[in-house]
Write a protein of this length. Structure first.
Length: 445
């Protein structure tokens, strides 16, 4: 195949024949296959093999014309490449992009689908497909396409920045869908289902005096007391906070049905263990704090860390159930988890506050945050694990515990089995003595 390029109308912004030939050669220098370039009186001739490698070079030439704002010539090169190499997913994607520019959405989607059949991991095709559905006005389909793209391209190396655009689009679509959706019917529907399941009422109320973002007071198995859910009204994502607690209650009900429900607590004995382990460490601050302030601070660290230990496994399982059982909640879940990720990154950055905590506690807390981050990355393809700046040893432990969690999910777990996983995680992190797992009673989760 011979392609003639004239100096008079070239896309390389060359002023002389020599400059044109130099720029053409440079255009292909990073490709494994380089077409033969021959100078002519009017410009240059390219001799390109009609092979897959040659068609890759032709696509590269098309890209030059597209950059030079010559889309029609660029499309001609892309279509020629497809004729000789139908498997060239880049050429197919680029023609799809041209159709998208012309608002030929159906044809664009067909071509993007075709490209993804050839290479399911090509970021540009996912991004173009999502844009096509969005411009058609199908926001929900665009969100699904976008999410599929971020998941499939999680390990992709994208130097063009297209994957960053795909991630930004995913978040933007989530915000749009959440702003247009009323989640109250989902809450009321799940609430009614759970009330029917065990015959107990569920009260849901705002209470900004609670320590955590939301709490669940599980009623005893016997008696007529209601289950109580409280949440901080001043926080964002209050609907999601309530939904998480409802699903946690559902897990309790399912475990009770099997006679396998447990209570996880931080008891006086666990507090004594904490004081024995870290009393000396906190005594180093005796000259900096009044005794009552130091004691309150130490108890706050103990309560906060034990709460994280007690709820870490259940919280992950709740998120897993939301993702798979309530796909309509995914835009809301994505925004909630993204915010949670940002808060976690801020919380574990080196600070004066962290210097006041035992390093082993900080390390264990980081492990839990990193495992959660890795799981959320695999749900939505948004991976910020590297931003935690862990060391190799830490990441190895995270990978091992993460695999243990995945093995649990894939092992057909039965209601109540999660308590054994919780205890195992606490032991592996070196803090099995800071939680107590026993038979049922009232519990705040």
């Amino acid at each position: 195949m011979i392609i003639s390029l004239k100096l008079a109308d070239n896309a390389f912004d060359a002023k002389t024949v020599e400059e044109l030939n130099d720029k053409i050669v440079k255009t292909f220098e990073e490709l494994a296959y380089k077409p033969v370039v021959k100078p002519t009186d009017e410009g240059a001739e390219l001799e390109i093999e009609e092979t897959p490698a040659g068609m890759t070079a032709l696509v590269q030439l098309g890209n030059v014309y597209l950059t030079a704002a010559k889309p029609e010539e660029a499309e001609d090169y892309y279509r020629t490449a497809i004729e000789h190499d139908p498997l060239n997913f880049i050429a197919v994607t680029n023609v799809g992009a041209a159709c998208l520019d012309r608002k030929e959405f159906g044809e664009a989607i067909r071509l993007f689908d075709q490209a993804l059949e050839r290479n399911p991991y090509y970021v540009n095709a996912h991004y173009g497909r999502a844009l096509a559905y969005l411009q058609q006005g199908d926001t929900e389909r665009a969100f699904q396409v976008c999410m599929d793209g971020t998941q499939k391209t999680l390990q992709a190396v994208d130097n063009s920045g297209t994957r960053d655009n795909l991630l930004r689009l995913l978040v933007s679509l989530s915000e749009k869908l959440v702003s247009e959706t009323d989640y109250k019917p989902v809450i009321e529907g799940l609430k009614a289902k759970l009330e029917q399941a065990d015959g107990k009422k569920i009260t849901i109320s705002a209470d900004d005096s609670i320590v955590h973002s939301a709490t669940l007071q599980v009623a005893k198995a016997q008696g007529n007391e209601p289950h109580e859910i409280k949440y901080q009204l001043s926080l964002p994502f209050t609907d999601y906070l309530v939904l998480r607690k409802l699903i946690r209650l559902q897990m309790v009900q399912e475990a009770r049905k099997r006679g396998k429900n447990k209570v996880v607590e931080f008891t006086a004995s666990n507090l004594a263990n904490f004081n024995r382990r870290f009393g000396v460490f906190f005594s180093n601050f005796a000259t900096k704090m009044r005794p009552e302030s130091l004691e309150a601070f130490k108890r706050g660290v103990a309560d906060g860390f034990s709460y994280q230990l007690m709820n870490f496994v259940h919280d992950l399982i709740v998120e897993d159930r939301i993702y798979f059982d309530y796909p309509q909640l995914r835009p809301l879940q994505l925004l909630y988890l993204t915010r949670q990720e940002q808060e976690s990154l801020t919380a574990i950055r080196p600070s004066k506050e962290l210097d006041l905590m035992p390093q082993t506690v900080v390390n264990a807390s980081r492990l839990m945050v990193l495992i959660a981050s890795l799981y959320y990355a695999n749900l939505y393809g948004i991976n910020v694990v590297s931003e935690y700046h862990g060391n190799e040893k830490e990441y190895q432990k995270v990978d091992r515990l993460y695999e243990e969690f995945i093995d649990y999910l894939e092992g057909d777990p039965q209601p109540g089995d999660e308590y054994a996983l919780l205890e195992d995680f606490a032991e592996e992190m070196g803090f099995g003595d800071l939680i107590t797992v026993h038979g049922e009673s009232g519990l705040i989760l």
